[in-house]
Ligand binder design. Structure first.
Ligand SMILES: [Zn+2]
Ligand SMILES: [Zn+2]
Length: 268
């Protein structure tokens, strides 16, 4: 366990990028082989969505400074829930913090849907009419800022340790890429898996173009919160249509600059 803690305390950013690339490679190929009949240009879709990752990099860098400061401050002052609870066993500390952060992510996601001004930013992720692994990257830089500020608040309240946060981010990266993969897990297996974890079948319902499905299945890594708070829903593969009913005109959402301006349009 000590080796794991030491690694995640000093894990360079390049390792996270490497993991993202590796997860991408696995699921990209899986999508390619399972959907070889589909007439869809995955590369132009990727090139559009990858622009969001690049545009979010300066935001990630700036708010990363605030996050580092918060992590050090809570550590030095022994501030936050997990310092006050004094959990000596590192594995128990990891599990407890993981659940805490996953619940925070669930709450954050609900807020992004329910508060109109926040939804305008999150909408950019949802208007993708073909969800695949590259959709994972499609996050408006404004949402990146909002998400990182919220995460900083959770880290502050929880007194989250650096190694736990980074370890969770590694799991989160692989899980988020997998959840957006354009694949279907056989229903019987998915029924078991998605009772605890977010699976492609589970997250695809969240990307369905009509309510109440868009406002369901908010889970990040764990699906338990949706089941507990009654926001779980399911649809069969042939019932899922990706996108948002208010933004189905392809010519209004087909370039990076149009998508970037989406939060500025009058609220619907
Ligand atoms: Zn959403
Ligand atoms: Zn998504």
């Amino acid at each position: 366990m000590q080796t794991i803690i030491s690694y995640f305390n000093a894990a360079p950013d390049s390792d996270r990028i490497l993991l993202l690339t590796f997860s991408f490679f696995i699921f990209w190929n899986l999508e390619y082989f399972l959907n070889f009949n589909k007439n869809f240009n995955k590369w132009s879709h990727l090139s559009l969505n990858a622009k969001f990752m690049l545009s979010a990099a300066p935001v990630q860098f700036l708010l990363g400074i605030l996050m580092n400061f918060t992590l050090k401050w809570t550590q030095n002052h022994q501030f936050g829930l997990f310092h006050w609870m004094i959990i000596k066993n590192p594995l128990l500390l990891f599990i407890a913090t993981f659940f805490f952060l996953d619940f925070c992510e669930y709450s954050y996601h609900v807020l992004m849907h329910k508060v109109k001004s926040l939804w305008q930013f999150h909408l950019v992720h949802h208007v993708d009419t073909h969800v695949d692994v590259s959709t994972t990257l499609r996050e408006h830089p404004g949402e990146t800022a909002i998400r990182l500020l919220f995460t900083t608040v959770w880290v502050f309240i929880g007194g989250v340790s650096l190694w736990v946060l980074i370890f969770r981010q590694f799991i989160q990266i692989a899980s988020n890429v997998m959840a957006h993969a354009d694949v279907r897990i056989p229903e019987k297996i998915d029924n078991i898996l998605s009772s605890i974890f977010v699976t492609p079948n589970f997250h695809q319902v969240h990307h369905h173009y009509l309510q109440p499905y868009t406002d369901s299945n908010y889970g990040d890594v764990l699906s338990i919160w949706d089941r507990f708070f009654g926001t779980y829903s399911c649809l069969k593969e042939n019932e899922v249509v990706f996108g948002v009913d208010t933004h189905l005109q392809e010519n209004k959402i087909d370039t990076f600059s149009k998508l970037l301006k989406l939060p500025l349009e009058p609220k619907k």
